[in-house]
Design a protein around this ligand. Structure first.
Ligand SMILES: [Zn+2]
Length: 193
């Protein structure tokens, strides 16, 4: 009688996004098999095999899940290797001290993009956000921001922060609740009009 080892899907979890808005995909205790990020509607993975565009997820599947499952499969068959989370964190781009450039490096400096970026930066200032690392990446790409009302920082979409139809955005600024919606409304003039 022979014993067969079944190839089962490798369990993984998705860690907190890094300063470049990439989500680490982690197996075991702290082994990062790659990082996933969204750019416009497509999802990309970075791993020991380089960057790979997975394009759009199938309908009904979250892009991050598609990306994580892809990495887990590649790792299971030995096509990519893992690095410890500490090492992955150490390789992250460090936040800048001074002002960031107006545009994200992938955003072409067209008149339209420049105009949108200026509007976005005015909005950040009005709503007490700071761009930590890059310039404006477009409305629907992750933008790594720090909250100036509390120590939170993480990726946000400008399309969620700018409000709609002249109304200000939700006073729920980010997960964790910030300083509370009432205080947020008191501190930011856009909520008082
Ligand atoms: Zn906050």
């Amino acid at each position: 009688m022979t014993t067969q080892t079944l190839q089962t899907a490798m369990p993984y979890r998705i860690g907190d996004p890094d300063t470049a808005c990439r989500y680490p995909v982690i197996i075991g205790k702290d082994q990062v098999i790659g990082r996933a990020h969204r750019w416009h509607r497509e999802w990309f993975v970075d791993s020991s095999a380089g960057e790979h565009n997975l394009r759009r997820p199938p309908k009904g599947q979250a892009g991050i899940d598609m990306a994580a499952a892809y990495l887990a499969e590649e790792y299971a068959v030995g096509r990519i290797t893992a690095i410890p989370l500490d090492q992955a964190r150490a390789e992250e781009p460090t936040p800048l001290c001074g002002p960031v450039p107006l545009l994200h490096p992938r955003m072409p400096a067209t008149d339209r993009n420049i105009k949108s970026a200026i509007t976005a930066f005015e909005g950040l200032a009005a709503h007490h956000w700071r761009a930590v690392l890059t310039g404006f990446p477009g409305s629907d790409n992750h933008w790594y921001l720090s909250c100036l009302l509390c120590p939170w920082e993480g990726p946000k979409f400008w399309s969620h922060l700018r409000g709609r139809n002249g109304a200000p955005p939700s006073a729920h600024r980010h997960e964790g609740g910030c300083i509370g919606k009432d205080k947020v409304r008191q501190l930011i003039t856009a909520y008082q009009q």
